[in-house]
Every structure is written in structure tokens, then in C-alpha cells.
Design a protein around this ligand. Structure first.
Ligand code: SAH
Length: 222
């Protein structure tokens, strides 16, 4: 299913993600259709190929099928007015997608430890329909260690982590709202598909339910 969703345009890419059952939420599909990946992939890259693309500073924008899976798994926690944290926001693509979903009354926060990427991600977002949310303060991107989360805007209905954690960062679990969900790759970067994509649900009584969705290969959360 994955890796086969290449398109010649953003529209075709999204249609292929849908056809392959990766995009299972209408709100996720709509937001990903409105944020063109071409604004997040440097010149010379292949934005509509279903594979990660280099974005400089040793980082990559994740493959479209991984973005599609993660946004779909979080969709019920990205309704208008909700708060979301995107850890390892890199190119800014997912932060922009999340911002469109939670809208003006919500809050989408990106955190990235490479300051140059924070700067370029803001430039990227400025070229998309998420610019008004950036100007209004409903979308923001910050430089810092994402393992510590971003307490100022916590708690969050949804947390996405875009790099693999060797161990579950407790600060992120703490910053999740009761009823909230986190999607996080966990494991060491040894071999392809050696990490688990873990879904953490914080129940209304504060207890944690954890399941592994699939094997994945992400760069490490450092
Ligand atoms: N989801 C993003 C980027 C994925 S690559 C996208 O699709 O564009 C993972 C990103 O995590 C990289 O940009 C890397 O610099 C960042 N990262 C790694 N460790 C981090 C940490 N401790 N805190 C914040 N960002 C981190």
C-alpha cells in the first residue's frame, strides 16, 4: 500500500492516498489537498513522490503515506477548536495541515530543534492557505527540544512526533489532555522498520492505553 501513491500533482497524490485507503478521514483529506507539498520540498526535489525528500540540515520531509496515516489516526483529535503539538516539525508541512483542521479557534504548535528549519518552515507556511492562521497566532513554530514538549500551550488534544524516540518522552505524555491522542515512532534507528509507530490514548480518568500500529523507519529524536 505504502510507497505506491506517487502523483504528478498534489491533487493526484492525495487521490492515490485515498484510493489506497491511507487517508481515511474526510477532514484529513481536505486539509492535505489544500496544503501543496511543493511549497515544502526544496527546488530539485520530487514533492509528489511517495518517499521522504531532503529539506536541508540532514532532515527530511516524511513520505506522503506516513503523513496520511498519521493525520488520519489523529483526525478525531484535530477538530475545530482543538490544540495540537507537532514535534520535529521540520518542513512545517504537517503543522500547516493540522492548523487548517483545528482552525482559527484552535492552536497548532510546531517545535523543531534546528533553528534554520524553523525559519524555512515559516517561509513555507507563508505560501499556503495556513498563512492567515500564522498571522492570527493560531499557528506557531518554535525552536527547542521537542522531547520536553511545549508546556506554554499545553495540554494538547493531539500530539504528533515526527522522529523516533528511543524511549517514550514523559513530558509529552504529561502534556496530553484526558481524551487526547499521541502518535509517536518509538525505537532505535538500526534497521528499516525496526521502530514501532505507537498510538497513545489518554483516557478520561488519565490512564494510558497504548497500541502499536505498524513498523516504521524514522530519523531519531535527538
Ligand atoms: N514531520 C516533519 C519532519 C520529519 S524529520 C516533516 O515531515 O517535514 C524529523 C524532524 O525532527 C527533523 O526536522 C529533526 O531536525 C527534528 N528533530 C529531531 N530531534 C528533535 C528534538 N529533540 N526536538 C525537536 N525536533 C527534533
Amino acid at each position: 500500500m505504502s510507497w505506491r501513491c506517487h502523483g504528478r500533482s498534489n491533487e493526484e497524490l492525495i487521490a492515490n492516498l485515498q484510493k489506497n485507503g491511507i487517508l481515511s478521514s474526510a477532514a484529513a483529506t481536505d486539509a492535505m489537498a489544500r496544503i501543496d507539498r511543493a511549497f515544502f520540498v526544496p527546488r530539485g526535489g520530487s514533492p509528489y513522490q511517495d518517499a521522504p525528500q531532503p529539506i536541508g540540515h540532514g532532515a527530511t520531509i516524511s513520505a506522503p503515506h506516513m503523513h496520511g496515516y498519521c493525520v488520519s489516526m489523529l483526525a478525531d483529535h484535530l477538530k475545530p477548536g482543538m490544540a495540537v503539538l507537532d514535534v520535529g516539525s521540520g518542513s512545517g508541512y504537517l503543522t500547516a495541515v493540522f492548523a487548517l483542521m483545528v482552525g482559527q479557534t484552535g492552536k497548532a504548535v510546531g517545535i523543531e530543534h534546528i533553528p534554520e528549519l524553523v525559519e524555512s518552515s515559516i517561509k513555507n507556511i507563508r505560501r499556503t492557505p495556513a498563512v492567515s492562521l500564522l498571522d492570527a497566532g493560531a499557528l506557531s513554530v518554535h525552536a527547542g527540544d521537542g522531547k520536553l514538549g511545549f508546556p506554554a500551550c499545553s495540554p494538547y488534544d493531539a500530539i504528533h512526533v515526527g522522529a523516533a524516540a528511543a524511549e517514550m518522552p514523559q513530558a509529552l505524555v504529561d502534556q496530553l489532555k484526558p481524551g487526547g491522542r499521541m502518535v509517536i515512532p518509538v525505537g532505535r534507528f538500526l534497521q528499516m522498520l525496526m521502530q514501532d509507530l505507537v498510538v497513545i490514548d489518554k483516557l478520561s480518568d488519565g490512564s494510558i492505553k497504548k497500541r502499536t500500529e505498524m513498523g516504521v523507519s524514522y530519523v531519531p529524536l535527538v
